[in-house]
Design a protein around this ligand. Sequence first.
Ligand SMILES: [Fe+2]
Length: 271
Amino acid sequence: MRVAFCADIVGRPGRYMLKQHIAHIKREYKVDVVIVNYENASHGFGLSAKNAKELFKLPIDLMTGGNHTWDKKDIIPLLDEMPLLRPLNYPQATPGRGLEVLEVGDEKLAVINLMGHFTMPMVDNPFVMVLKEVERLEAEGIKHIFIDFHAEATSEKRALLALLKGRVSAICGSHTHVGTDDLTIDAGTCYVTDVGMTGCRDNSLGMAVKEVLERFLTGVSSRFDVPNHCKKMLQAVVFDLDEDGKCHKAFKVKAYDDEIVKVVQEAYLEQ
Ligand SMILES: [Fe+2]
């Protein structure tokens, strides 16, 4: 089974890059499952119902969320109707779900969307909750488990790898928007601290730099905006899982504007 994961898609430029490249990535790299994080997809904050429908016309199997899942209110009823996740560790009464099991040929792939604690809204303990879910999935015989860990702190992400390596297929980080260079396969688990965003590569984290600089220069906040025109980038991690759910090969691809997608990094295989 080959899976591709694109982390934070930021605004219209991010959606443009998916439209330009995701079908090609799926075809060129013979990807079975495409997972994308939607939480910044509509003008940088959340996902609108209109954009959700538009994105699902592309070859995307499931989308994960984060702290901005709730920013566009018309998406909330669709969380139960579409393959859209919100972080697992919101309280039980919160709309939506944080785990979905996809059928991939004869195999099953469990996708978990998890959120960290540091600088994030108040949610349940991600480590305790995910461990319980992984134990439940193991008891059900599900061997292919992917986690999008949407978290600010690198320490939380590395700690999750330490907790679950050898037990889950992949842990890919999202939320910080800057890709890290630690793509590794450790004990059969594909891991990267952050995949990095898809959207404007100039400016700041996909948002217009003007308001960001104002905030840093004056200490006064104004609403962030996604630029209409910018230099763009797409980033994705692609990983292969054997029938036991173990990862044996992973690589990162990038595309700049309309240029062809290229492999930029192979995962280091930890011995
Ligand atoms: Fe986020």
